[in-house]
Write a protein that binds this ligand. Structure first.
Ligand code: DGT
Ligand code: CA
Ligand code: CA
Ligand code: ZN
Length: 575
């Protein structure tokens, strides 16, 4: 089996970690990390690129040597260098590297300074206070390690974006009420709309920092103040979320926002562009020979290095800087571009609101259309529809559309893809619908070949329109089933089908790299809420965030089409 992009990237990251443990040249380490990130964010499978003769050394940050190594991984599934490094590394180092808050540098310190060779020894050192005393560790790292060891999990505790939002927005509002505070903004992975966030980074501009720091630490949700200085503080909220605050003078706002938004890899690349122009770029401003030449806005920072403004969602050093330089940044899709939602449920199956309630709520959000897609009979727990129920709902929708001109209800179904790739309802029934959303809800354990084959077979059914929540993953809870997404996307292209980006905050299922892949292949993406109650229609924005991280533009998204433009697209897959 050929290696896929995430496997390749993981191997490159492993090499970087192990090299760093060995005190290798930092440039060499960085080269592997950059390559891993580039591969992870590619819109196409490396294996496919190689097959069609592409030169990998043309990718940003990948030289001849790395290109050869990647080729070896793809061809053989192995890399001699990695095997060699693994043999030379103590087993505990690999274990420690998996813990949150421990990079190669700290791991090295642990086993050299403290002679820690097991997780038990690490725990003892922690309890004895020996960790805190190490250079570069401190109480925050200690606390993180304690939590990691106590949940004995190597699983990093990252918070899903939607949950983070529910904690962050009230805190931002609280800070905005500080007398004399000017701008209050969340930066970091939160602003980049990453699907999960490690901690929250907040930036405030104010003439004096002290009142802002004071108000921040007085927020009623603060469980504990982990650190506190004149212009900064770190707190842990009762929810367990850690929040870093920085207060900067207004003239530094742009450079500070840019710095703390990251990603780190993007920052480093921008700073290096600056260096080539004789500029020093840091969180305080843009400087030439010690003189401030910019930094009040982010646009100024980019202008200083000859680039247009780059939206935060793109800032991962996955080609956005090259695209900006070439004047080829995408104009990212926005929530207001969406005209409807193509996957919702009602009380007729496992939803909580009636069709009329869902329609009214959708209309209030400015939608032009809404597709009702109940589960099919296989999902007995959800009271899934058989043909008779579906035909009855079709009549109800016809009546609704005849009397309510303000929004159009589209007739749909979320039909189950059965074990063997058949659909849960007969073609004759599905033929009555405007669209057929199909999804996998069983047999998640199938091998990649079997899972992919089953889905491809389903896609061949004449009425298959949209492949919903394509990998079945639940963020942090259920791994994606093993499926060959490039093949699925390719088949969707051939068949004229569409791929869903399920906007439910627990799913966000299509990942960003696959959005990019769909765009490159020319398969339209349906950003859909899968709402089971009226409020969940609001989840559409999380889908838009994810789509933006996947470089999608308005034209790449199916439900940015007006109803008139949508109908022929849906009909094309209806044969
Ligand atoms: P997270 O919190 O793990 O979800 O990810 P971020 O991206 O929010 O990372 P965080 O909170 O450690 O740092 C916030 C931003 O600060 C990060 O995106 C870029 C910037 N930053 C942090 N450390 C460095 C650094 O060593 N060098 C540079 N250039 N930027 C850094
Ligand atoms: Ca952060
Ligand atoms: Ca942080
Ligand atoms: Zn489903």
């Amino acid at each position: 089996m050929l290696a896929h992009n995430p496997d390749i990237a993981q191997r490159l990251d492993d090499i970087a970690d192990l090299l760093e443990l060995e005190d290798a040249n930092p440039f060499r380490v960085r080269a592997y990390r950059n390559a891993a990130r580039v591969i992870r964010g590619l819109g196409a499978e490396v294996a496919v690129m190689l097959k069609r003769g592409d030169d990998l050394s043309e990718l940003p940050g990948i030289g001849k040597d790395l290109a050869d190594k990647i080729q070896t991984i793809v061809r053989t599934g192995h890399l001699p260098l990695l095997d060699q490094l693994r043999k030379a590394t103590p087993a505990i180092a690999a274990e420690l590297l998996k813990l949150p808050g421990l990079g190669p540098k700290r791991v090295k310190t642990l086993y050299h300074e403290l002679d820690v060779h097991t997780l038990e020894q690490l725990h003892r050192a922690l309890l004895d206070g020996r960790i805190r005393a190490l250079p570069g560790f401190g109480s925050i790292t200690e606390e993180r390690l304690r939590q990691a060891l106590e949940t004995h999990a190597a699983a990093p505790s990252r918070l899903k974006l939607a949950l983070a939002e529910s904690y962050v927005e009230p805190l931002l509002a609280w800070l905005r009420d500080t007398p004399h505070a000017e701008t209050v903004a969340a930066a970091g992975s939160y602003r980049r709309c990453q699907e999960t966030v490690g901690d929250i980074d907040i930036l405030v501009t104010a003439p004096r920092a002290a009142p802002v720091v004071k108000r921040f630490t007085e927020y009623e949700e603060v469980e504990k103040i982990a650190a506190r200085g004149n212009t900064r503080a770190t707190v842990v909220l009762k929810s367990g979320l850690q929040v870093d605050l920085r207060v900067v003078p207004p003239r530094s706002y742009g450079s500070a926002l840019h710095y703390f938004t990251g990603s780190k890899a993007h920052n480093i690349a921008i700073r290096r562009l600056g260096q080539r122009r004789g500029l020093k770029i840091n969180e305080y401003g843009v400087f030439r020979k010690g003189r401030r030449v910019g930094g009040k806005t982010e646009a100024e920072v980019y202008r200083a290095v000859g680039l247009p403004y780059i939206p935060p969602e793109l800032r991962e050093n996955r080609g956005e800087i090259e695209a900006a330089a070439a004047g080829q940044l995408p104009t990212l899709v926005k929530l207001a571009d969406l005209r409807g939602d193509l996957h919702v449920h009602t009380v007729a199956t496992d939803g909580h609101n009636t069709l009329t309630e869902m329609a009214r709520a959708a209309h209030e959000r400015g939608f032009e259309y809404l597709a009702i897609t109940e589960h099919s009979k296989r999902i007995a727990m959800a009271h899934g529809f058989d043909s008779r129920h579906l035909l009855k709902q079709i009549e109800e929708i016809d009546r609704f559309n005849a009397t309510s001109p303000r929004i159009t209800i589209l007739k749909g179904i979320e039909v189950d893809i059965l074990e063997d790739g058949k659909l849960d309802l007969p073609d004759a029934t599905l033929g009555h619908l405007d669209l057929v959303v199909a999804s996998v809800h069983s047999h998640f354990h199938f091998s990649r070949d079997k899972q992919t084959g089953r889905i491809l077979r389903a896609m061949e059914r004449p009425h298959f329109t949209v492949f919903a929540h394509p990998t079945g993953r639940l963020i942090g809870e259920r791994e994606p089933y093993d499926v060959d997404m490039p093949r699925i996307i390719g088949a969707a292209k051939d068949r004229g089908c569409f791929i869903e980006l399920n906007a439910h905050p627990e799913r966000l299922d299509l990942i960003d790299a696959h959005c990019r892949m769909a765009k490159e292949v020319g398969v339209l993406v349906s950003i859909a809420t899968d709402a089971h109650r009226t409020e969940e229609l609001g989840n559409l924005r999380f889908g838009v965030f994810q789509a933006r991280r996947g470089w999608l533009e308005k034209a790449d998204v199916l439900n940015t089409r007006s109803l008139a433009a949508l109908r022929p697209l849906l009909a094309r897959t209806m044969r």
